[in-house]
Every structure is written in structure tokens, then in C-alpha cells.
Design a protein around this ligand. Sequence first.
Ligand code: OAD
Length: 250
Amino acid sequence: MDQLERVAEWIRRVGPQKIAVLTGAGVSAESGIPTFRGPGGLWETHRPEELATPEAFERDPELVWRWYEWRRALIAKCAPNAAHLAIAELERSLPEGAVITITQNVDGLHRRAGSRNIIELHGSVVRVRCAREGKATDHPEPFDQVPPLCECGALLRPDVVWFGEALPPGAIERAGEAVSEADLVIVAGTSGVVYPAAGLVHLARRGTSVEVNPDKTPLTEACAFSIRATAAEAVPGIVAEIARTVDSRQ
Ligand code: OAD
């Protein structure tokens, strides 16, 4: 019996009602957005300390913005894939608040797929904020010039979390609570090396976590099930199984 079938059988037996979905860059890989680590990953050809730290932004805001404008343009051209769509469908098919998506991704694809109960642990490139006053606004369109300026004259910055910065206030606490209350935790497309996000997996109740990743990760041992497949291959199947158990309960 393969792992997906094992998970399906477990879902039929347990009938999970509160679900947390933890996602990383791998979930967007099949939408055409490069991951950070591994072959072809962004951190293979770019140095994070030159592009994704507050010090880098202070040193050379134009360079940092050029990189973000490149990524924002790439993301704008990409569409949610079967994994994003299945997660959004799962949220719609269960009672409000029963499904929460906790993502490290800054691409906004969960939202574009239709998910609404989302915690964006690392922010979003679709939003920008004033580097001085902190006010954030949606701004998916490209800027005419970089670095862009706020009305107040200060620099705007992407509303993302850079290395060395704190996560948005309350985000990790809310995420931790959701994971520890869930009776199914899907961990999809993350290398599990960036904390505090990776630490959330350890808060899952015993026997409730399912990893979806083509490769083994440091989180594999902590997960009850590991499906060695891509997100678009495996997540729709898991969601379909949950939908069937929900239907059979009604
Ligand atoms: P990584 O790039 O570190 O890891 C991507 C993971 O996705 C790897 O474990 C791959 O094996 C897996 N993967 C690749 N293709 C996949 C697919 N089609 N389906 C499922 N899994 C696939 O990305 P994250 O874990 O998200 O932070 O990285 C965490 C954080 O590190 C990011 O949020 C970013 C980065 O530096 C900041 O910028 C603060």
C-alpha cells in the first residue's frame, strides 16, 4: 500500500474536522515559481544577505527592489496550481474556521486560489509598506521607478519578513495554536530549515501530520506520514478523501 493510500485510510477512520495546512515554496514550484533551496533554487544563484536583509535594503535599496520587481513580475504571470486550488476548495467545503493555511510563501497564490483563512508568516510581495511609518498597502502592479517612495517621502519596502527580522505580530502564536488544535496537519513543500516556521510541525498532535514533499527533509521524522510526491500530485488526493469523509458524515 502506498503512503497516499495509507493516509486516505487513516482519514476515513479518523474523519479529521480541524485541519492546518503548512506550506512552503515547493507548493508554488508547479506554478513556475522557483524554490529557495535545492537545484535551481533562488539561493543557489543569489546571496540572501545581499537581497533579503534589512542591512541589504539600507545599503542598496535599488538592488533589493530590482530583485523584488523581478520576482513580483514573475509571480504575477503565474497561476495557482492544483495544490493551491485543492486547499482553497477544502476551506470552502468545511465549516468556517475549520481549515487554516499557514504559509511561508510570499507569492499570494493561496489567496488568488480562493483561500481566505491564511496566515502569511513571511508577509507578501503583493503588499508594500512605508519603511518609516510601517503602513502597508496592496500593490501588485510594477512600479514606474525603483526604489519606490511613500507619499510621506520615505522609501517603500516589500511587506515581507527578511532574515533577522521578527515575524508579523501574533502570527506564529496564532499558527501554533491552530496546529496544536488540528486533527490533521498537512506539511507541504517546505525544506523545514527556517525557524520559527519549521518548529510549528513539532506542535502537531501525535499521529496527525502528513508531509508532502518529493524529498526527505528534517521534518520527515517528526511527521506521522510522508508522501514522496509533488504538491500538485498529492494534495488534491488528500483533499478529495477528506471531502468524501465529510459527505459521508452528512
Ligand atoms: P525551500 O526552497 O527551502 O524548500 C522547498 C521544498 O519544497 C524542498 O524541500 C523541496 O524538496 C520541496 N519541493 C520542491 N518541489 C516541490 C513540489 N513540486 N511539491 C512539493 N514540494 C516540493 O522553501 P521553504 O521551505 O518555503 O524565507 O523556505 C523557507 C523560507 O526560506 C522561505 O519562506 C524564505 C526562504 O529563505 C524568507 O525569505 C524569510
